[in-house]
Design a protein. Structure first.
Length: 208
């Protein structure tokens, strides 16, 4: 069995569809229940439905052999895994955004609200800029509106949420997409199986 860490939600549905199309289907995954583990013994795959931000942890520690995760999660967690393929899904950007008309006060430390403190710190360190991180898990856009922060660092897909809250992108930090990753030990002992899956995924993406 190859244990596959699949992110819950819309992205996970897209990813499973891709895996199914290349021969790794598991019809029980469509059953209306609260199960988190589904397997197809014939195809020798077991899917684990996991919160997207935890996928790389499950793969790093070997609870899953392979997984699919956003590049933002890999950058934020620094997980020690093999990044095998860019699946070209879930494309977006990590950006710095601020209220429209905002002007930075160079005399004060910049306060940055984000759910990505490591990415934010690394970015501003590269600019030799001192910042104060305000760690949030949701409604990041609210922080500068209420004066909790000067700017935010967050994922931007269409920019609609920013516009609706009178914010705009000031700087683009890095493009993000979904990656196919593997546990280092699993890749050593299941090289043939994982590479076969990797090649099928690469071919499917190329055909799109």
């Amino acid at each position: 069995m190859i244990n596959i860490a699949l992110p819950k939600g819309r992205l996970g549905d897209q990813v499973y569809k891709l895996f199914s199309e290349i021969g790794y289907d598991c019809k029980s995954i469509y059953e209306d229940n609260r199960k988190l583990v589904f397997e197809n013994k014939e195809n020798e795959v077991r899917y684990l439905l996991i919160k997207p931000s935890d996928v790389s942890v499950y793969v790093e520690y070997g609870a899953a052999d392979i997984g699919v995760v956003g590049k933002d999660v890999l950058l934020e967690t620094g997980s020690d895994v093999y990044e095998l393929l860019d699946l070209n899904m879930g494309k977006c950007k990590v950006c710095v955004a601020a209220p429209n008309g905002y002007t930075e006060d160079e005399d004060n430390v910049l306060r940055v609200a984000t759910k990505y403190p490591h990415i934010a710190k690394s970015y501003y360190d590269s600019k030799n800029k001192e910042i104060e991180i305000v760690r949030l898990n949701g409604s990041i856009e609210l922080a500068p509106i209420l004066g909790l922060s000067d700017v935010i660092v967050d994922i931007v897909e269409t920019g609609t949420t920013l516009q609706e809250n009178n914010l705009s992108v000031r700087e683009e930090i890095i493009p993000i997409s979904t990656r196919f990753i593997a546990n280092k030990s699993s890749y050593k002992f299941k090289t043939k199986e994982i590479n076969e899956m990797l090649n099928k995924l690469a071919e499917a993406i190329a055909d799109d």
